[in-house]
Design a protein around this ligand. Structure first.
Ligand SMILES: [Zn+2]
Length: 233
């Protein structure tokens, strides 16, 4: 990937009140937040959803080290900024099964759609509605993907939850598969991939090469989807 635009660092040191740095890329300024803690052993860089660059490091890490670290990881930081920007774009608006709609508030009881718009009242419980749709659609897709397995795997019990860090969870002891409610917002192919991923855990509990081979067998080309999904959650 190539990034156009210039990157400049501004590094200000204040005697009182600590340090303050900014990362400038493509004419935008991004705050750099430095979290120094005694208990942090390694140094980590991440970009949060507010597009701030957060550096976590040990209390004794000198600022010159942090400055160099940022300099040496410019491309990585720009990539993380772009991923977060796309996440923002991908979550702005009303999404259902891969389509984006503009919300128009109207005094109606239920929800109505046309090509571009979704109509609902201001107090409409969107999550409740999503969950109702998900119960039916997720089970359908789980069954559809379950039937792809040629070897015998236990029939899973489905649970649906809103999660912020994972798309799915498989409990290999109880055979519960939990799917993230957020999947209802995306194209059904992502739901299918996550269903296959979790079903495959009923065969292999880990992420070994045998695991990924079986995922590929039941969902060819999953890698591209897995990559796309980084920009959703
Ligand atoms: Zn997994």
């Amino acid at each position: 990937m190539n990034f156009k635009g210039s990157v400049i660092f501004l590094f200000f040191c204040y005697n009182i009140g600590g340090d303050y740095m900014k990362f400038v890329y493509d004419n935008n300024e991004y705050d750099i937040i430095i979290n120094k803690k005694r208990s942090t052993k390694n140094t980590y860089i991440r970009v949060n959803s507010d597009l701030e660059i957060v550096i976590s490091c040990n209390s004794f890490t000198p600022n010159i080290f942090i400055k160099n670290l940022i300099k040496n990881n410019t491309n990585g930081i720009i990539k993380m900024i772009e991923v977060q920007k796309n996440k923002k774009k991908n979550n702005d608006g009303f999404f259902y099964l891969g389509n984006r709609y503009e919300i128009i508030y109207k005094d109606i009881k239920d929800i109505e759609f046309d090509d571009q718009y979704v109509y609902m009242s201001k107090d409409f419980d969107i999550d409740k509605w999503y969950k109702k749709q998900a119960k039916k659609i997720f089970l359908e897709r789980l069954n559809y993907n379950y039937d792809k397995y040629t070897r015998k795997i236990p029939y899973p019990k489905l649970r649906i939850r809103k999660m912020t860090t994972r798309w799915g969870v498989c409990n290999i002891k109880t055979h519960y598969i939990t799917l993230n409610l957020e999947l209802i917002k995306r194209d059904i192919k992502y739901l299918d991939y996550v269903a296959v991923h979790e079903l495959t855990h009923l065969v292999y509990g880990n992420h070994s090469k045998y695991f990924w081979n079986l995922v590929e067998e039941n969902y060819p080309g999953y890698k591209k989807l897995k990559n796309d999904m980084k920009e959703f959650l």
